[in-house]
Ligand binder design. Sequence first.
Ligand code: ZN
Length: 430
Amino acid sequence: MRTNRFMPGFKTPEELRDIQLQGLQWTVNHAYNGSPGYRKKLSDAGIRPGDIQSMGDLQRLPFTTADDLREGYPFPLLCVPQDRVVRIHASSGTTGKKKVLCYTQKDIDDWAHFFARCYEMAELTLEDRVQIAVGYGVWTAGVGFQLGCEKFGAMAIPAGPGNMEMQCQFLVDFQSTVMCCTASMGLLLAEEVHRRGLRDKINLKKMIFGSERSSDAMRARMRELLGVEHMFDIPGMTELYGPGTGLDCVHHAGIHYWADYYILETIDPDTLKPSGEGEIGEMVVTSLRKEAVPMIRYRTRDLTRLIPGECPCGSPLPRHDRLLGRTDDMIIFRGVNMYPRQIDQILSGMEGISCEYQIVLDRRGDGKDHMTVKAERRQGVDASQNDALGRKIAAQIKHSILVSADVEIVDYGSLPRSERKSRRVFDNRE
Ligand code: ZN
């Protein structure tokens, strides 16, 4: 049974709309008066703080982008005096300057509160023991997992990432019931537990995966090796406090997000117009209570879709789908827009195939683009199956994505695994 200590008080979409409108009015006013950068952006768009009268006015607000954050380096869009800042985190972007975000004490407290809500959504109890195997430091936010866990009242085991020997020992000695890690690390851990024959000596019930998408096949493998009851996806980004901005409930019918802390829109990344109901689009977020660096229509570059209707759990918190990739992950192959996630989904549904894969794109002598999908055979499946498996996958790719790919089946364990995010797309076309 889910407790109700950290869930919001609203019951209906109308009540939520009132909370959001109030938060939006506060945020626009606060940003306008607190940051010269925001004041200029808003003024350029013809917006003054008093102009926000209804949720429809959200559409009139200008977008904020990663460039706005980089331009203000080191402390972009800061809306409070520097002496109110109690912490910074930085986003480990892959190109150019890092994005550094400031937090006030209230921001930290809010983050801990809604992170505690994640554990509540996952139906933890005070008896749970939470092994936190994610990074701690300026780039990563293990501290979010930790503060939320302590606020919730479960036992936090701040293990940090990697070090499988130690992780296995903690699982056995401390009888951890919940594991927080990346999905890649979860898989490594599962294989390690299996290799050491520890399955009957551990007490793991739930896993919470941050910062990386996990495929259905990876999940199936971990479930098989660890026997856990539930696996959850925890979204989050430094621009919006950090991880913990939502969680799927035990029905796993989408991620409930904390709509009393931020507004989530999805837009078509090309036209910038709202995506249709239930359609995939770029996730755009607007914070409602963030003091140090509020976000106004921040374009996250993450793709997802809003899930209409009510969840079987009855929570009034709305839902979005798992993250379906980045707008810049989009592969344009022979004129077709596709996402690695689509290949992932095809392979996940395929018997005899493991969850590791690579997509290699080449431009050959004929001037045409070619795609090769390398997929691993599952452990125990014979190599004589290669041709049949390859043909089946190629046909499925053709059928669902409408592109042709060469499929190469490789031995189980031959593609690289990593504790962090695994690189899966190799575009050699330029
Ligand atoms: Zn639910």
